[in-house]
Write a protein that binds this ligand. Structure first.
Ligand SMILES: *[C@@H]1O[C@H](CO)[C@@H](O)[C@H](O)[C@H]1NC(C)=O
Ligand SMILES: *[C@@H]1O[C@H](CO)[C@@H](O)[C@H](O)[C@H]1NC(C)=O
Ligand SMILES: *[C@@H]1O[C@H](CO)[C@@H](O)[C@H](O)[C@H]1NC(C)=O
Ligand SMILES: *[C@@H]1O[C@H](CO)[C@@H](O)[C@H](O)[C@H]1NC(C)=O
Ligand SMILES: *[C@@H]1O[C@H](CO)[C@@H](O)[C@H](O)[C@H]1NC(C)=O
Ligand SMILES: *[C@@H]1O[C@H](CO)[C@@H](O)[C@H](O)[C@H]1NC(C)=O
Ligand SMILES: *[C@@H]1O[C@H](CO)[C@@H](O)[C@H](O)[C@H]1NC(C)=O
Ligand SMILES: *[C@@H]1O[C@H](CO)[C@@H](O)[C@H](O)[C@H]1NC(C)=O
Ligand SMILES: *[C@@H]1O[C@H](CO)[C@@H](O)[C@H](O)[C@H]1NC(C)=O
Ligand SMILES: *[C@@H]1O[C@H](CO)[C@@H](O)[C@H](O)[C@H]1NC(C)=O
Length: 575
């Protein structure tokens, strides 16, 4: 009986199920060029945003530095002459990276209510950029789509981040709603296909993710676009750092590595890559429009392709394969057939991680021809697939003074060993990494043996030591590298763990807070001051200013000093 009612419900729903605005639509073109070469520099809307944003960020930075207990340092007179800029980067790593990252974000947020001790509150408000990749893109995508929500607010919000049920089983025991979720997703994805766009598992994955991360948006974010982020109140008022999500280009049946990957940035204004292999961007809100040398072919343009969940899904496409594990008896016919198409065809299955962007906005665009430009479809994969799991590339292109590199990768026993930093360091010596200087870092073994992952470590402390890497040494940021570490909770959980009890969710977040705040300042009362010393250092160097004694001692504690760990050779001679 129950089953019959269920079937009836589902059939009725299926008839009336709506595509809820997921499918892109045709609109009159906004006019002008929609694509551009990356060569002249940054997007003009981004520059305009920063011009309004920076004075606010700088005022907040003054507040931070005033509260940081920097001795013998005149904040106001310094900031009258200097303009330090800050970027924050959240690595991939599934829910582990999302939740640990959330605690780290909270530690930087002036709105976080702290009972005792001190975090690094105010850094978020002082920052120019915030980037995320894969699990880090869920964090950044979710908070910016929800008006830069604070983690305090999010924890008490009873709709967002309800992690007790897996992403694939959002409604849990509520079987009917769960069935309806897949019916809606099926209809939405089908409508996109019927509107003439290629679809991939990433569409299904991105829609499923949106139930967790865009919960408050109409129809779970079915029509919420990444270009809508700039319309959130905190962005309209320039209170928020500028968001960037990352993905990597991968034509099917090819491999990507850090040395030749085409790293794509997704901002609310544009999508594209500064990589010399592409060197082009297109307007985010018009992506999906067929372009000819940057101009639309006629007066009809596409709107709505830039669904925020689809972008988060693209950045985390490593997880596409888990869609194949959904119990297919609960899926509507359309999705069942679509997914079976992947299961049955080994070639399709081996490229299951690709997100299809068709038409390819960069098809036959100017410059040297590459596989990406030669393809009518643009294929993008998880931002971490080239081994650079911390989303640093686009921030390095923006010449900030300092970057917080939050590494929640699983390199060894579910914890980082510096691999992502090594990959980004190496990249600068390849064609793809030209003009992307990055400070010296040691090998992974040294990261572990010298305890560079077990407490925050600064890299590139001394710009004068970087002259062999670039003539523009002051444009290379100082990196504040902060690796995941279990303090109050075993935070080295598996990347593919997709469900956390609410109490474990909150414990992961608390542990993330402890990592970034050094146990709320308990491990070093001067941690907040030392971070201040790092933020001001490049600008001091530019002006030829010496560090204060306090900052010099901070740098002795936190800077990597250039040594590496040499394994003692084993002596077999006598055996
Ligand atoms: C949860 O957060 C969203 C986005 O900020 C907000 O619209 C909603 O009202 C919040 N819900 C609760 C119960 O606080
Ligand atoms: C921007 O937000 C305002 C108020 O929240 C709303 O009235 C307006 O329609 C939005 N504009 C766009 C382009 O979404
Ligand atoms: C990148 O390098 C890898 C390893 O050398 C190679 O297999 C791949 O074909 C290269 N990809 C491109 C696009 O050059
Ligand atoms: C505009 O160009 C698109 C893409 O080439 C095409 O599908 C559409 O039919 C054209 N519309 C008009 C009015 O010519
Ligand atoms: C359901 O999935 C199983 C396992 O992947 C597969 O063998 C079977 O053919 C699928 N059934 C349908 C009806 O698609
Ligand atoms: C960053 O610095 C380099 C070298 O000084 C310069 O060529 C480039 O235009 C700068 N980029 C931005 C976004 O300021
Ligand atoms: C987490 O660390 C513990 C202790 O080192 C280890 O036993 C466990 O396997 C690790 N978990 C993962 C998922 O790697
Ligand atoms: C790293 O930390 C461990 C444990 O605290 C300590 O025993 C060891 O001496 C440290 N190594 C270095 C090089 O500081
Ligand atoms: C910075 O690097 C330069 C060049 O390697 C070196 O001469 C100088 O002593 C270094 N300064 C500090 C404080 O380590
Ligand atoms: C300083 O530069 C040299 C190369 O000139 C490099 O080997 C060393 O690791 C650098 N030191 C630091 C602390 O970055």
């Amino acid at each position: 009986m129950f089953f019959c009612v269920l079937l009836f419900l589902i059939n009725t729903h299926a008839i009336f199920a709506k595509s809820n605005g997921y499918a892109p639509v045709k609109v009159k073109c906004p006019g002008g060029k929609l694509g551009r070469s990356a060569s002249p520099g940054l997007n003009e809307n981004e520059i305009a945003y920063m011009q309004s944003r920076y004075p606010i960020a700088k005022k907040n930075l003054a507040d931070y530095l005033h509260s940081a207990m920097l001795y013998d340092f005149e904040v106001n007179s310094f900031l009258d002459r200097a303009s330090p800029t800050i970027g924050i980067a959240f690595s991939g790593g599934g829910y582990r990276a999302l939740l640990t990252g959330a605690g780290e974000y909270a530690a930087l947020d002036a709105r976080t209510h702290i009972l005792q001790g001190t975090g690094l509150g105010g850094i978020l408000q002082s920052s120019s950029y915030i980037s995320g990749l894969s699990g880090g893109a869920w964090l950044v995508g979710s908070v910016v789509s929800n008006d830069l929500i604070s983690i305090d607010e999010l924890i008490h919000n009873n709709t967002l981040w309800q992690t007790t049920n897996s992403i694939l089983n959002y409604f849990g025991d509520n079987i009917v709603d769960q069935l309806l979720m897949w019916i809606d997703i099926g209809e939405q994805v089908r409508a996109k296909q019927e509107a003439g766009f290629s679809i991939s598992i990433t569409d299904v994955w991105g829609r499923a993710l949106s139930y967790q991360f865009l919960t408050n948006k109409k129809d779970y974010g079915a029509e919420y676009r990444f270009s809508d982020v700039m319309n959130e109140t905190n962005f309209r008022n320039y209170y928020a750092p500028f968001p960037i999500l990352l993905a990597v280009g991968r034509v099917p049946d090819t491999t990507v590595i850090n040395l030749n990957s085409t790293v794509f940035s997704f901002t609310p204004f544009e999508v594209g890559s500064e990589s010399p292999y592409l060197n082009s961007f297109v307007e985010t809100g018009s992506i999906g429009t067929l372009l000819d040398n940057g101009y639309p072919q006629n007066s009809t343009c596409i709107k709505g392709f830039d669904n925020a969940g689809f972008f988060m899904g693209t950045s985390s496409s490593l997880f596409n394969a888990i869609i194949l594990s959904i119990d297919n008896t609960t899926l509507p016919e359309f999705l069942k057939d679509f997914i079976n198409g992947y299961i049955l065809d080994p070639i399709v299955k081996s490229n299951i991680d690709v997100a299809k962007y068709n038409p390819n906005p960069f098809y036959q665009s100017q410059g040297p021809q590459t596989p990406i430009k030669a393809s009518k479809t643009l294929y993008l994969v998880d931002g971490g697939e080239d081994g650079q799991n911390i989303p640093l590339e686009p921030i390095l292109k923006r010449n900030v003074s300092v970057v917080f590199a939050f590494d929640n990768s699983a390199d060894i026993d579910g914890l980082p060993d510096g691999t992502s930093m090594v990959k980004t360091y190496e990249r600068q010596f390849s064609v793809a990494g030209v003009n992307t200087p990055f400070p010296y870092v040691p090998d992974q073994n040294s990261f572990l043996k010298l305890n560079l992952t077990s407490r925050p470590t600064f890299f590139g402390c001394n710009a004068s030591n970087l002259t062999a890497l670039t003539p523009n040494v002051f444009d290379v940021p100082l990196i504040i590298y902060i690796a995941n570490k279990p303090y109050s909770f075993a935070s080295n959980t598996s990347t593919f763990k997709l469900l956390y009890s609410m109490s474990n969710r909150n414990s992961m977040i608390t542990n993330g807070f402890e990592i970034a705040s050094m146990l709320n300042g308990a491990l070093d009362e001067e941690w907040k001051a030392c971070v201040g010393c790092a933020i001001i250092r490049r600008e001091q160097e530019k002006m030829g200013l010496e560090q204060t004694e306090q900052c010099r001692l901070c740098f002795e504690r936190y800077c990597w000093n250039g040594t590496i760990h040499e394994e003692k050779p084993l002596n077999y001679a006598c055996s």
